[in-house]
Design a protein around this ligand. Structure first.
Ligand SMILES: [Zn+2]
Length: 150
């Protein structure tokens, strides 16, 4: 087995780490199996991220029912990186995204009694957004491109 496209300047330890990562995402050339430990680890990672995201959103939804500024402040903060990116490299999609988000924030400020609708909508969007199998497969595809079995 050989790893393709390795940086020849890597030190021994760096090379070992890179090999370890490449092997973790390898697919068996005979039976097409993936490393069960890696698959399990990725599943756990996804689950933990989902629990954290839903937990935070639910907390914000409940909290902002009583203190509307929690939701307004949170979504305003979430918008900051998009604003920075918009100033750096303006793109049509970004303008639309920031525009809509600002619109929602202005509405939330005007009708702050209903600011909890923002995180509630975010939760619904999370539920509706199916996980992308292409995206989940990406590290394995990259791993397969890197490994050559001799
Ligand atoms: Zn096999």
């Amino acid at each position: 087995m050989e790893i393709v496209g390795f940086d020849p300047t890597l030190s021994g330890v760096q090379r070992e780490v890179a090999e370890h990562v490449a092997l973790a995402y390898a697919t068996c050339p005979r039976c097409g199996q993936r490393d069960p430990a890696t698959v399990e680890e990725l599943r756990k990672d996804r689950r933990n991220i989902a629990i954290l995201t839903y937990g935070v959103m639910l907390g914000i939804a409940v909290g902002s029912y009583f203190v509307p500024w929690i939701a307004i402040g949170f979504f305003a903060l979430m918008l900051v990186p998009f604003l920075v990116e918009l100033v750096r490299r303006p793109r049509a999609r970004l303008v639309v995204h920031v525009g809509f988000s600002l619109g929602w924030l202005v509405l939330a400020c005007m009708f702050s009694r209903y600011a909890f609708v923002l995180p509630a909508v975010a939760i619904i969007q999370l539920v509706l957004k199916r996980s992308d199998p292409e995206e989940a497969d990406r590290p394995f595809r990259e791993g397969a491109a890197k490994l050559r079995f001799l």
